[in-house]
Design a protein around this ligand. Structure first.
Ligand code: MTE
Ligand code: MO
Length: 203
């Protein structure tokens, strides 16, 4: 039943081994992983904004205070990095995609989304991935504000995809009619990134 050593460790830690996608191992720590440096921000996040743009009826630009004032939810999910670590039961608190969608009203032509983060990092997903249960722009993890290295002040959380789709230091989401590859996708990472299908690389 168990595929091997990694699954036996998951079971020994008291979790259902079926929660571990193929080729992954469980870590109890929360590793930090990104390309480039951790961005620095001005005091009080002066000048910071978050934009939802593209194929929408009504583009949205929010200051930090405006974003903070939107309704928030807390979700629990397992996260899976393409470098093979998985962490179970991470909780994220933030504004669910639905709250943003209600305000921008995606057009019929909106089928894809691309997240824009500091320093040019991008990650693309089908719009349906943002419409899935648990997708949000998160300000908190495990009950605390995000730490700088985990994406403070804002990160995307996309359930059911390898964690590279969950852009840290998020500044905007653009809705698109046609798909466009993000940062890692241009380097040969799989466009769809389903950990259960082991969609790690495109080749
Ligand atoms: N802006 C930005 N977001 C990013 C990345 C990055 O390089 N830059 N790396 C991604 C990858 S590959 C992973 S696994 C997760 C890691 O998030 P963590 O450091 O909070 O564990 O962030 C994702 N989001
Ligand atoms: Mo990753």
């Amino acid at each position: 039943m168990f595929r091997g050593r990694a699954e036996r460790k998951v079971a020994a830690a008291g979790y259902d081994p079926a929660r571990l996608p193929p080729g992954q191992y469980l870590t109890e720590k929360w590793p930090v992983l990104h390309a480039g440096g951790v961005p620095s921000y001005p005091a009080e996040l002066a000048g910071w904004d978050f934009e939802v743009s593209g194929e929408v009826e009504s583009p949205l630009r929010l200051t930090w205070e405006e974003l903070e004032a939107l309704p928030k939810v807390t979700v629990t999910q397992d996260i899976h990095c393409v470098t093979r670590w998985s962490r179970f039961d991470a909780t994220f608190t933030g504004v669910p995609w639905g709250e943003l969608a209600e305000r921008v009203r995606p057009l019929q032509s909106a089928h894809y989304a691309i997240a824009h983060a500091e320093a040019g990092y991008t990650a693309n997903v089908p719009l349906s991935a943002l419409e899935a249960e648990g997708a949000l722009v998160a300000t908190h993890a495990d009950g605390e504000p995000l730490t700088p290295e985990h994406g403070w002040p804002l990160r995307l959380v996309v359930p059911g995809k390898y964690f590279w789709k969950s852009a840290k230091w998020l500044r905007g989401i653009a809705l698109l009619s046609t798909d466009a590859p993000g940062f890692w996708e241009r380097y040969g990472y799989h466009n769809d990134a389903d950990p259960w299908e082991e969609q790690r690389y495109a080749f």
